[in-house]
Design a protein around this ligand. Structure first.
Ligand SMILES: N#Cc1c(-c2ccc3ccn(Cc4ccc(CN5CCOCC5)cc4)c3c2)n[nH]c1N
Length: 238
């Protein structure tokens, strides 16, 4: 997988050299390249923003640098790459979105700042490639970098070979539509708190049953809307 990130803060993504994704980069499973948007400006101040047409607070990111930056990545014709634009107005980023991104051979992330990117950038590239506006959640960040970091981590760990034990990806929160069960390790008693006895029983069937019950109970308590599609698990179900 090739990942290109356009941002005015390229060093923000240096942390991707660490941990799982660092190893994935070293082994060539995931190739991440950052591009400084200011390298695609031509004025002395390397200007990337200007005042909004129609008035309003804040500044909007100019289309010209974005056009030059994105053309340098995907060329000036049609592209098979997927352009992902973090935005408060985007579709919700979910585990399903992460799974979809993990199948893409080439992702290009456009990290906006200020009040966002001139709309014509999205409109122009939508004529030449797939473009998805995606939101990390219903809160306002100062730019796209934090969102892109989360999206790369969520999708990157699903790329085959990145996570050592693929089985660990199966029983995770949201993978099966439920929140994860509680986990325990040694010691068997800690500050007077015991590990649930079923987990010490060695009976795999009972352990699996208990873990699923915990998932359903936790999901019903914390995220009942995730159960709404399955009336047998819905809250107060008969
Ligand atoms: N993913 C994600 C995000 C983002 C996100 C993503 C990308 C950028 C680029 C700039 N910003 C700052 C910003 C602040 C406020 C607003 C709203 N105003 C715009 C002008 O009209 C009035 C309303 C927009 C942009 C960003 C925020 N926030 N929250 C998420 N889940």
């Amino acid at each position: 997988m090739r990942i290109d990130i356009v941002t005015i803060f390229p060093s923000f993504f240096d942390v991707l050299d660490l941990s799982l994704l660092g190893k994935a980069r070293q082994t060539g499973l995931i190739d991440v390249v950052t591009h400084d948007l200011r390298d695609f400006t031509h004025d002395r101040h390397r200007t990337v923003d200007d005042t909004p047409y129609g008035g309003g607070a804040g500044m909007v990111m100019k289309p010209e640098p974005w056009g030059e930056a994105l053309d340098s990545i995907v060329g000036d014709g049609d592209s098979d790459a997927l352009l992902v634009v973090p935005s408060p107005a985007g579709e919700p980023f979910t585990q399903a979105t992460a799974r979809e991104l993990a199948t893409e051979p080439h992702l290009v992330f456009a990290c906006g700042r200020y009040e966002g990117i001139d709309q014509r950038v999205v409109d122009h590239y939508a004529t030449r490639m797939r473009v998805r506006l995606v939101s990390l959640g219903d809160y306002v960040l100062n730019g796209g970098e934090v969102a892109v970091m989360a999206m790369i981590e969520a999708a990157g760990r699903l790329v085959p070979g990145v996570v050592g034990n693929p089985e660990s990806l199966v029983e995770e929160s949201h993978e099966d539509g439920l929140l994860e069960y509680p986990s325990y390790t040694k010691p068997a008693v800690w500050r007077g708190l015991e590990v649930p006895p079923v987990l010490l029983s060695g009976h795999h069937g009972r352990v699996a049953e208990w873990r699923h019950e915990q998932q359903v109970e936790r999901t019903r308590r914390v995220r009942p809307e995730l159960l709404a599609d399955d009336p047998t698990d819905a809250p107060d179900a008969p």
